[in-house]
Design a protein around this ligand. Sequence first.
Ligand SMILES: [Zn+2]
Length: 461
Amino acid sequence: MRTTAMTLWTAVLAAAFIPSVPSPAHGAIPMMAAASPPAAQEVIAIQAGRLIDGTGQPARDNQVIIVRGERIEAVGDAAAVAIPDGARVVDLSGHTVMPGIVDAHAHLSIRPDIRTLRGQLEGMEQHDAMQMARIVRNIRVQLMSGVTSIYVVGEVHYNDIQASQAVEEGIIPGPRIYPSGNFISTTAGHGPAEYRTTNGPWEMRTFVRQNYEMGAHHMKLTITDRARVGPNNGTPYAPGESNYTKEEIDAAVNELHRLGIEATAHANGQSIRLAVEAGVNSIQHGGNLDEELMDLMASRDVGFVNTYTIGFQSVFNEWGFLDNEAGDIRDWLERGRRVHEQELSRNEGRAQRRLDRLGQLSRSKEKGVKVGIGTDSMHGYMLLEMENLVAAGFTPLEAITAATGLNAEIVGIEDEVGTVETGRFADIIAIDGRPDENIRDMGNVAFIMVGGRDQSALSFR
Ligand SMILES: [Zn+2]
């Protein structure tokens, strides 16, 4: 269940490039018989003034993290962890060190400057060169905001799988990408027109098999909401009703689980019940939660990923302007926050809906539902998602956990990322300040490492 996309790619590439070695039985000497010894892995010792490890535990002072190659080899009190000879020492003694942020709901190629949901989905019909141009920019902004893992929930033409490979090969800078492959959506459902085509149990299974073959790490079914086209303009079957039938969802989830990978579902309202009962591993959005749905999710240990900022997509009509004018990532964050605050102050309906939703978030937490967060393509704005949880009554530490260890757990990647623990990928950031006391300090990202590679020198431009 936990196979990383990287591992998959490594396997795929290894399979593709096995040289055709003459068989010894024919008397030839194999050209590649003696593998060269593995290159020595760099050892880095990070001295952390404070460490928030992402598990939910409070910050600990004076910690040392030993990174060997791409993984964390040891972590503990400075007095107890020996720094190996020859290690490169990174002094973050004046900082709060923590795991890199996990964005648990993202589309790499979408930009909200296309203003409306329909516009965004149409943007996904553009040429792949345009998709990749947006991806390169979007994931750079994400990385600079402290996001080191992106859980993709629907892309087109397997562009996320290509991007994942490009990052892994060092062609473009970016966070670790967990690709979903293409959207799974029904006729007249939700998603780019090209993928609103999968109907019936066998088409579901076929689609899953194709996506898997191309390298998807997990997949997303879009079961609620409908395309805003035609005279019905997105009217659902009934409020919260699923577009897919139970047998279709069951078939997809069964096929995914047979392949050993996870299913996540775009689901709101009562359709959540159908998805959870079919065995999906997580819920995306999870809008309109009532007490019974919260109880169901808690009892099945199925978490949901809240997506707050994307609700403001229609007022981000100056996104291109923001991107050209923002001087650095802090400026980018401030401009985005201002847009949100202005909209909340002038749009009473939205402000009220937000209050209702904050109540659902705090009630979910009380009931033991795992509440995660994702930008849903508001790239770089995980901080606003965290601030929204704090507005719902979460402590700053709980909001940080939601963005790191808990997010990873909800989407099934917790054995690899989300916490600073032995054996995890060395995806580590450092903050100027104390974000567990003031969540806004999360905007002051001072150090970024992905898989042991220091990315802190990356410029916003
Ligand atoms: Zn989405």
